[in-house]
Design a protein around this ligand. Structure first.
Ligand SMILES: NC(=O)CC[C@H](N)C(=O)O
Length: 309
C-alpha cells in the first residue's frame, strides 16, 4: 500500500488544481445543482487499513448523482442475482453521453450497461421494495452499512428539482416500458431514481465507500462481507469500462483507476490493495466530469504510480 501521500501533499495539490475550476461549469440541467459553489473543493483518501487523510472543504456535502449507479447495481445484484440483472441490462460501454436514448433504439432494446441513465433506471427498478420509498430506504440502509454512518440521507430539494425536470429520464423509462425492460409506474421508478441520485455525503464518507469496494466488499473495521466479492468486482469493472461516461477511455489511459463520477462534480476511485479516493469539485467539463477531480486524480496517479494497468 502506497502511504507516502500526506495531508500536506493533498493540500498543496488541491491549491495547484484550484484554477481549473474556472475551466468548467456547474451542472444546471437539474436546477438545484446550479446553486453549487464551483469554488468548493475537497479530497479524501481512505486506505483499506482504515486510516484516512483529507484536504479542502471536507464538511461540504454534495449529492452522489451517478455515483449511486454503482451502489444500486451492487444492491440489485444482491437482490436478484447476476443472471436476472444482466438479462435486463447489458455489459458493454456505449461511448455515448450518459443520458443518450440513441442506443436503446438498436437491438437488443435493453440498455447497454448499468452506468448510463437507461441502464441505471432499469437497475433501480430491479431493487426490491414495494414503493419508491421502500427501495430508497433499502439503498440508504446499504449506504449506512458501507460507511458505518447512519446519518446519511438524501437531499429532498435536489430530488424534487430533478423529478420535476427529468423529461429525458421519463422518456428512457417509457421506451423501456414499451419493451418490457421495466414494468409498472414510470413515475414511481423515477421517484426512486431521483431520490437515489440525491443521496448526500461528504468526501470522507465517499472515500470510505470507495475503500469498501477496494477491500473486495468487506467492511473495513469488522471484515464482514457487505457486498459479495464477485459483485464488488463486477461493479469495479464497470467503473473501468464506463465509469466516466464517454471519457472512460481517456481516463483509463491518463489515470488508470476504477472510478465513477456524478454531475454534482464528485468522483470516487477504488483501488484494490490501496483504498478509496474521493474528490469533490462541482465545475464540470463537457462530458459531465469534475474538471478538478480529473486533474487531481491524474496527478496522484502519475506521481504515485497508481494506475492499475
Ligand atoms: N451523470 C449523472 O450524474 C446523472 C445523474 C442525474 N441524476 C441524471 O439522471 O441525469
Amino acid at each position: 500500500m502506497n502511504k507516502e501521500i500526506t495531508t500536506e501533499i493533498l493540500e498543496e495539490w488541491l491549491e495547484n488544481v484550484r484554477p481549473y475550476a474556472y475551466d468548467g461549469q456547474v451542472a444546471d440541467y437539474i436546477p438545484a445543482l446550479s446553486r453549487q459553489n464551483p469554488e468548493e473543493l475537497a479530497v479524501a483518501i481512505h486506505y483499506i487499513d482504515g486510516s484516512s487523510i483529507h484536504a479542502g472543504e471536507i464538511e461540504a456535502t454534495f449529492t452522489l448523482q451517478s455515483i449511486t449507479k454503482v451502489i444500486s447495481l451492487a444492491l440489485a445484484l444482491m437482490d436478484n442475482g447476476e443472471d436476472y440483472v444482466f438479462d435486463h441490462v447489458g455489459m458493454e460501454p456505449t461511448g455515448d453521453p450518459f443520458h443518450s436514448i440513441y442506443r436503446l433504439e438498436q437491438l437488443p432494446s435493453k440498455p447497454l450497461n448499468p452506468m448510463i441513465n437507461a441502464g441505471a433506471l432499469s437497475v433501480t427498478h430491479m431493487i426490491h421494495g414495494d414503493t419508491p420509498d421502500e427501495k430508497v430506504g433499502r439503498l440508504l440502509s446499504f449506504v449506512h452499512e458501507m460507511t458505518d454512518d447512519h446519518t446519511i440521507g438524501y437531499n429532498e430539494e435536489v430530488a424534487a428539482s430533478e423529478f420535476e425536470t427529468a423529461f429525458l429520464n421519463r422518456s428512457l423509462l417509457f421506451y423501456m416500458k414499451q419493451h418490457q425492460i421495466v414494468t409498472g409506474s414510470v413515475e414511481e421508478t423515477l421517484d426512486a431514481y431521483t431520490k437515489q441520485c440525491a443521496i448526500e455525503v461528504n468526501v470522507p464518507q465517499l472515500a470510505r465507500i470507495g475503500a469498501l469496494f477496494a477491500n473486495e466488499g468487506r467492511d473495513l473495521d469488522s471484515g464482514r462481507q457487505i457486498i459479495p466479492k464477485h459483485f464488488a468486482r463486477i461493479c469495479k469493472t464497470f467503473m473501468v469500462t464506463c465509469g466516466m461516461y464517454d471519457a472512460s477511455g481517456s481516463f483509463a489511459i491518463k489515470v488508470g483507476m476504477p472510478a465513477k463520477s456524478g454531475v454534482s462534480g464528485s468522483v470516487v476511485a477504488s483501488l484494490n490493495g490501496f483504498g478509496g479516493i474521493a474528490v469533490y469539485g462541482p465545475s464540470l467539463d463537457e462530458k459531465g466530469n469534475s474538471v478538478v477531480g480529473l486533474r487531481l486524480l491524474e496527478l496522484l496517479s502519475n506521481r504515485y504510480d497508481l494506475s492499475i494497468f
